[in-house]
Design a protein around this ligand. Structure first.
Ligand code: NCD
Ligand code: ZN
Length: 378
């Protein structure tokens, strides 16, 4: 079941506003963006995901929730090599092959040691460490069951200046799914931040006003990524008129009030908030299923989606900071010289992509028309 344009325009933050806003420029040129949170998966998935990511992004932070997860610097290097191999074989322009720069993460487990952290920091390929509370999301079974026992590891990350990326949701079965992010902030994140004041933390894919407020209340070491789906949609898009499995991701879409706060902070020019698509491929049949997987696939259309979101509130001029500057600044990486142009011309999102040989992959907004597109270079 696919959302149609009419039902999107039911919301005040409608992408279609972009076409009616008189101040909308015809195009915007910005430094080539980075994606600070992406799932490329592994094996044959890379044939699809790497080509899509490389055409839009320069650096991407690759999530480690493979099966089995990426737990050491050696495994991270091997995973990066597989990504680079897929890039070499990708049917895309050579200039994307030259610029695409995957940065790796380690998956924090109950057995990760301070030595693992030290080696990761010294490896030059590991950009950060990802914390999944065990059971919080897709492929998180090996995540942390007891945060208190990871004290030594967080100290090592602080010492070696390796940022901690957090999937911020509690997993207690009695906590309502819509309250899990706020509960995590109240019961876990607040104390973690005060115990490790020098640790750089990214609260990943924030979905609530509570998370935005928390990040705003902290110093510059605490930042957040925001996905295109959490800027453009709310839980009505997921549930009203029938369940739309391609809008199902974790943390789950929240109320419209939360969506509006996310749009406010993302477009505010505050460098604590930057781009992280959380593009997370699952084969179409695994999404359109009685027990559908969590994750929205957006890598191929993420920039038109973000442009649509920013333009919906008349803030397209704030996109470059969010997409191309603030994340690099947080991670202490250089700004990118290469440019990309987005044009205020409609594009049709493909209904699906070939995936894993016989499978298909359905992107967010499949078959729909977006008001912004990436300008093809001659
Ligand atoms: C992600 C996935 O599929 O790996 N799913 C999701 O809903 N976002 C995992 C994650 O980032 O939570
Ligand atoms: Zn993710």
């Amino acid at each position: 079941m696919i959302l149609n344009t009419a039902s999107i325009s039911d919301t005040e933050t409608s992408p279609s506003n972009a076409q009616t806003n008189n101040s909308t420029p015809k195009q915007i040129t910005l430094a080539r963006p980075d994606d600070w949170h992406i799932h490329l998966r592994d094996g044959n998935s890379l044939n699809t995901t790497v080509a899509h990511a490389a055409q839009s992004f320069n650096r991407v932070i690759c999530m480690p929730n493979l099966v089995p997860p990426v737990k050491t610097a050696i495994e991270a290097q091997a995973y990066r090599d597989r990504i680079m191999q897929a890039l070499e074989h990708a049917n895309i322009d050579d200039r994307y092959k030259l610029t695409f720069n995957p940065r790796m993460t380690l998956y924090l487990t109950d057995t990760t040691t301070a030595e693992d952290i030290k080696l990761a920091a010294q490896s030059g390929v590991v950009q950060a460490v990802k914390l999944y509370p065990a059971g919080a999301t897709t492929n998180s079974a090996d995540g942390v069951t007891n945060l208190a026992s990871r004290h030594e590891v967080f100290s090592a990350m602080q010492k070696y200046e390796l940022p901690l990326l957090i999937h911020g949701e509690v997993t207690d079965s009695h906590v309502d799914i819509f309250d899990r992010e706020k509960q995590f902030i109240d019961t876990t994140l607040s104390s973690l931040v005060s115990q490790f004041p020098e640790l750089k933390i990214v609260v990943e894919h924030i979905t609530t006003g509570d998370a935005a407020d928390f990040v705003l209340s902290q110093n510059e070491r605490v930042a957040a990524t925001i996905t295109p789906q959490h800027l453009l949609f709310n839980r009505n898009h997921l549930l009203v008129g029938g369940v739309k499995p391609h809008f199902y991701c974790l943390p789950i879409l929240k109320r419209k009030q939360h969506q509006q706060v996310l749009l406010d902070v993302a477009t505010s020019g505050n460098p604590k908030f930057f781009l992280g698509t959380d593009s997370a491929p699952h084969a179409t049949h695994a999404k359109e299923n009685a027990c559908g997987c969590a994750g929205c696939y957006s890598a191929s259309i993420a920039l038109p989606l973000y442009a649509t979101a920013f333009d919906s509130v008349g803030k397209i001029n704030r996109l470059e900071g969010f997409a191309s500057q603030f994340g690099a600044k947080f991670y202490g990486l250089p700004l990118i010289d290469e440019r990309i142009t987005l044009v205020n011309e409609p594009m049709q999102v493909p209904s699906s992509y070939p995936y894993l040989g016989q499978e298909t992959l359905t992107p967010l907004m499949a078959g729909e028309t977006l008001p912004w597109s990436i300008k093809l270079e001659s």
